[in-house]
Design a protein around this ligand. Structure first.
Ligand SMILES: [Zn+2]
Length: 74
């Protein structure tokens, strides 16, 4: 009887550890996503835009196609 109780508590402990570990892994994944969404400054209008939404041209990030064209016109 006592052994059965210990086994149930032990299994519950393992499940808790696995759940806690998975939660921490999710947290790391969220941090990775934040890094890819880093804010970059548009060289034309100095507006900060998320890297994932910016237009990449010649190693620079532009907030819109308009700013990209304005930069080329100069
Ligand atoms: Zn811009």
């Amino acid at each position: 009887m006592l052994l059965k109780v210990i086994a149930v508590v032990f299994i519950g402990f393992i499940v808790y550890i696995l759940f806690f570990k998975n939660k921490r892994v999710d947290g790391v994944k969220k941090n990775d996503k934040l890094i890819s969404d880093e804010m970059v400054e548009c060289p034309t209008c100095s507006t900060y835009v998320a890297q994932s939404e910016a237009i990449l041209s010649s190693g620079r990030f532009y907030c819109s196609k308009e700013c990209l064209n304005n930069k080329k016109a100069k």
